[in-house]
Design a protein around this ligand. Structure first.
Ligand code: ADP
Length: 176
C-alpha cells in the first residue's frame, strides 16, 4: 500500500527495518540513547559499535525529540534516534509526544539531506501504545509534514509483524 502526498511516496511494508537500503532509518530508542531491546537492540546489533559510540556523545534525548548518528554497518547511511512516549492512558500528552517523534525525525532528516527514510512503529512495543491510535498519529503526522515540507522522496513504515502491518495499511487506505 502506497500513497502519494504532494511529491512524497508514503507506504507501509512488512519487513525488518535493519535491512532497509534507504538514506536513514528511525530508531525507537529510550532517553539514554545507550541501547535497549526491541528494534533498538536489533539496530545496534546490525549496525555495530559505531552507532553506540556516536550515541554516547549526544547526552541522551528527550521524549518526542530526535537525534541523528551514523548508520555504521547498516545499509542505511544514518540512524535517526527518537524517543517515543510510554503509554499510560492517553491523557498524559502521549498523542502530542508521539506526533512530535515523527515530526522531529523528519525535520532532522531534511536538515541532513535525507530523501528516503523508514520508520518503525514507535512506542508500539514495550512502550504499550494502542496500535490503531499510534498508526493513525504516525500516518497523519507524516502526511501533514510532507504536505508542508518539500524534499522527501519516500517515507516508509516498516512493520515487523503482520498485525501492525495491516493496521498501518488500513490507516493509509483511509487517508488515501
Ligand atoms: P518502543 O519501546 O518504542 O515500544 P519497541 O522496540 O519495543 O519500541 O517496539 C517498537 C516496534 O518495533 C514494535 O512494533 C516491534 O515489533 C518493532 N520491531 C522490533 N524489531 C524490529 C525490526 N527489526 N524491524 C522493524 N520493527 C521492529
Amino acid at each position: 500500500m502506497a500513497i502519494l502526498v504532494s511529491e512524497t511516496k508514503v507506504e507501509a511494508v512488512q519487513a525488518d527495518i535493519t535491512r532497509e537500503q534507504l538514506d536513514a532509518i528511525v530508531n525507537a530508542a529510550n532517553c539514554s540513547l545507550l541501547g535497549g531491546g526491541g528494534v533498538d537492540g536489533a539496530i545496534h546489533r546490525a549496525g555495530g559499535p559505531a552507532i553506540l559510540e556516536a550515541c554516547r556523545l549526544l547526552n541522551g534525548c528527550d521524549t518526542g525529540d530526535a537525534k541523528i548518528t551514523t548508520g555504521g554497518r547498516l545499509p542505511a547511511k544514518y540512524v535517526i534516534h527518537t524517543v517515543g512516549p510510554v503509554y499510560r492512558d492517553g491523557k498524559h500528552g502521549e498523542p502530542e509526544l508521539l506526533a512530535s517523534c515523527y515530526r522531529r525525525s523528519l525535520e532532522v532528516a531534511l536538515e541532513n539531506g535525507v530523501k528516503t527514510v523508514a520508520f518503525p512503529a514507535i512506542s508500539c512495543g514495550v512502550y504499550g501504545y494502542p496500535h490503531k491510535e499510534a498508526a493513525s498519529i504516525a500516518v497523519n503526522t507524516v502526511k501533514a509534514f510532507v504536505q508542508e515540507n518539500n524534499g522527501l522522496d519516500l517515507v516508509r513504515f516498516v512493520l515487523f509483524n503482520g498485525e501492525l502491518f495491516s493496521v498501518f495499511e488500513q490507516v493509509l487506505d483511509v487517508v488515501a
